[in-house]
Design a protein around this ligand. Structure first.
Ligand code: NAD
Ligand code: UD1
Length: 356
């Protein structure tokens, strides 16, 4: 064993967007971080070097991050990582997340997300590591039945795609596991809409191909990589007819994970708990465009088109349970989300792809 149990955290998928940003406050809080990632959706870096986001995190923190290029579907390789370290806790980010793609290749989504999670849990059990933070999504709530969405809102109803269902199924598996063995302690974090970048601009969301989500698309239009944003519908029952979402700064989200890890370490009560992570505020598409235009000083051409299939009018959370249970609340504003996205997009107009 080469690390101390109380301070070493494993991040599956830690080279991705949410994972890489989470490493920073973990290190700042005194944790040692080990990352396991197969780099299926992260920038690999030059031959013999660590993935680009990990190198950037090391530059930003001045601390080393241990990295393993391992696929969660390969249980033996995952087990070898656990043989080398004494983890106090695992944060499970790894998975596939493109909603549209999950409708075309559902089996791949279930294999990676569900089977990958089961593999991880089996290896954790075999190594007696029974504390887990899991990346879930507000998507498990389906079409909101009331707003703001509390954790008591029903989950699993009318889920329209394999991605959403995979998150719902994994949540169920975690509940069953905790019911079967009272030593497990699991925090399920239901993220609303993570956006933004590290304030240095040296780490950010690096989507491959055409972005599916609003903020990276707006940023690419602002920087001139794409000519025009399509706004999916302006006939919703919202402030200006466009969709309303609970955008959350990535560094607030990252800090939420640190609060969850600390909670798992001090908690005497085991079992699985689901917690919303959001600001509790909703902003419309046009409000986001307007704010991004202000902070970037760029015009953002857009056209109104039809609604996107599967979209709801409004989604925002009641974030009070996160404050009560974790002592965490989001601090950063929509302006900071746009400013930091713009800084990242201006410094790396092509993302990290030019650094490979
Ligand atoms: P991401 O794609 O940037 O990161 C996921 C990482 O997992 C990638 O680095 C990828 O290479 C890795 N990975 C994928 N399959 C793997 C496998 N089989 N073995 C090992 N590594 C594997 O995604 P993200 O935005 O950082 O999201 C992290 C988690 O949070 C995901 O589970 C996602 O579903 C969830 N989530 C994200 C959002 C969001 O808007 N970003 C919202 C809600 C929930
Ligand atoms: C998306 C995912 C959802 C995931 C969530 C969190 C889909 C269908 N859903 O939802 O599963 O949990 O992200 O990250 O992908 N919009 C435009 N033009 C665009 C892109 C988006 O007008 O080019 C609008 C959408 O209609 C929506 C808002 O912007 O009203 C936000 O969209 P997006 O960023 O994709 O997030 P979600 O729809 O919440």
């Amino acid at each position: 064993m080469n690390t101390t149990k109380s301070q070493c955290v494993l991040l599956t998928g830690g080279a991705g967007y949410v994972g890489s940003h989470t490493i920073i406050p973990l290190i700042e809080s005194g944790y040692e971080v080990v990352v396991l990632d197969n780099l299926s959706n992260a920038c690999k870096g030059l031959e013999g070097q660590k993935p680009v986001p990990i190198t950037k995190v090391e530059e930003l923190t001045g601390k080393e991050v241990t990295f393993y290029n391992v696929d969660l579907l390969n249980s033996n390789s995952v087990s070898e990582v656990f043989d080398k370290h004494d983890f106090c806790c695992v944060i499970h980010f790894a998975g596939l997340k493109a909603v549209g793609e999950s409708c075309h290749i559902p089996l791949t989504y279930y294999r990676v997300n569900v089977s990958g999670s089961i593999n991880l849990l089996e290896v954790m059990k075999a190594h007696n590591v029974k504390k887990l933070v899991f990346s879930s999504s507000s998507t498990v709530y389906g079409e909101p039945q009331f707003l703001p969405i509390t954790e008591a809102h029903s989950v699993g109803n009318n889920l329209l795609n394999g991605y959403a269902k995979s998150k719902y199924y994994i949540e169920g598996i975690l509940q069953d596991l905790c019911n079967s063995d009272k030593d497990w302690s699991v925090i399920i974090l239901r993220y609303f809409n993570p956006v933004g970048a590290h304030p240095s601009g040296n780490l950010g969301e690096d989507p491959t191909g055409i972005p599916n989500n609003l903020m990276p698309f707006v940023a690419q239009v602002a920087v001139g990589s794409r000519p025009c944003l399509q706004v999916f519908g302006n006939d919703y029952d919202t402030v200006d007819g466009t969709g309303v979402r609970d955008y959350l700064h990535i560094m607030d989200l990252a800090e939420g994970h640190v609060s969850a890890v600390k909670k798992l370490q001090t908690n005497n009560k085991n079992g699985a708990v689901a917690i919303n992570l959001g600001t509790g505020n909703g902003y419309s598409v046009l409000q986001v465009i307007d704010m991004f235009s202000q902070v970037s000083g760029r015009k953002i051409p857009y056209e109104i088109v039809g609604r996107r299939q599967g979209d709801c009018a409004s989604s925002y959370c009641d974030a009070s349970f996160a404050k009560d249970y974790l002592g965490w609340e989001a601090k950063r504003t929509l302006k900071e989300m746009c400013q930091d996205t713009w800084k990242w997009q201006s410094l790396y107009p092509q993302g990290f792809s030019t650094l490979k």
